[in-house]
Design a protein around this ligand. Sequence first.
Ligand SMILES: [Zn+2]
Length: 470
Amino acid sequence: MRIGFFGAAGEVTGSCTLVETETARFLVDCGMFQGGPEARSKNLHALKFDFDVRAIDFVLLTHAHIDHSGLLPRLAVMGFRGPIYATPATIDLLHVLLPDSAFIQEKESEWQLRHRRRSGKGERGLPAPLYTVEQAKSSLKLLRPIGYRETLHAAETVSVKFHDAGHILGSAWLEVAVSEPGKTHALVFSGDLGMYDRPLLHNPEKVIPEADLLLVESTYGNRLHRPLAETEDEIVATFKRTRGERGNLIIPSFAVGRTQEIIYVLCDLVRRQRIEPIKIYVDSPMARAATQITFEHPQLLDAETHELIDWWRANQEKVNIEFVADVEHSKALNEIRSDAVIISASGMCEAGRIKYHLRQNLPRRECSILITGFQAAGTLGRRLVDGAHLVHIFGQPVPVRAHIHTVGGLSAHADQAALLDWLRGFHRAPGRTFLIHGEIEASTVFAKAIEDDLGWKNITLPHRGEFITL
Ligand SMILES: [Zn+2]
């Protein structure tokens, strides 16, 4: 058997692992590379296997995030026709995320074309979009649902179980048994793991069998998240100050996961009477769809969330949530001068309706911007976090007078302590452990922590393009 690392090796995006035996060939995840100047070319050249993609029997998908799923349409365009197995909630989210990703690819391609024409360079050598909206939609037909803890016989020699990873709705870690003559290999793929005791989702499942081979994420293998209670205190302080000064509270947020978490936290703070009743506008079509999908999978939500939803149903006047659908309504929010909480995408303020709300509210001292997620270098969100006094939105200068607050306690990813906690669930140290989905520094620190805390040996940081034979 050989394992090939095609992405998320020494970095956090582009998750894609190939497993190949005499009788079966499959991928675990097929994600897009994101961020950085090389992402585009990496995506274009990502799925260059030393065989035809039609020889891949199936794909196992851990969750819907684009850095795990975003190249599935590309795989289909290249000729892959096999099934893609994922949980029902992941499939629902992909119906929103993949066409959106395609739309962004198409726009980017159009922009490059215009740019070339304008600069007189011609169109030769201009790459087509990675895939179109049409192609993304057609790839959705390959998806096949599989529930948590069901046994899937994906091939004659391969059986799989999906377990709740507590990362985003529908996320899973995978237990895979691969039979070869004289030996059955037990493989575990962590996918992305969530934090324990956080809003919305169940904790990551932790009863883990033995494994010959473990691939575990290490995004935050070198750090500890701040406690949620601290983040709540900061949100309360920001909310009260903004309310006192009669401004608006603007929250840039990723549509899937983070938006629902923020709604949970705000709702819970009102229930506990830590803040006054609020009016929340969720201004993002994708956030609206993702929230709808979240409600459609109540069994994936933890007991505390069910309690909170029951409370909210009886107290809707205290937390008035409005999902803004059309553009006119979105524009009308610009007229609101005070007391509104506006949650909008994109999370790093680079695209989407959030830009309009920032243009409107950044110049006003009485307003606050609450940053709750990671802001990559070079994004508008990052410039705000770094304390810029002037930013440019739609090519126009916008002075920054609003208060910018960053809270660090909301993360969909397990920190070092939570990762170690999950690893303690193994009955015995895996034969070999590969640390993936982490920057080199995070993975290196995490490898040391595993050796010191758990006494495990045989820990490897694979490189992109590397193959190992078992
Ligand atoms: Zn993820």
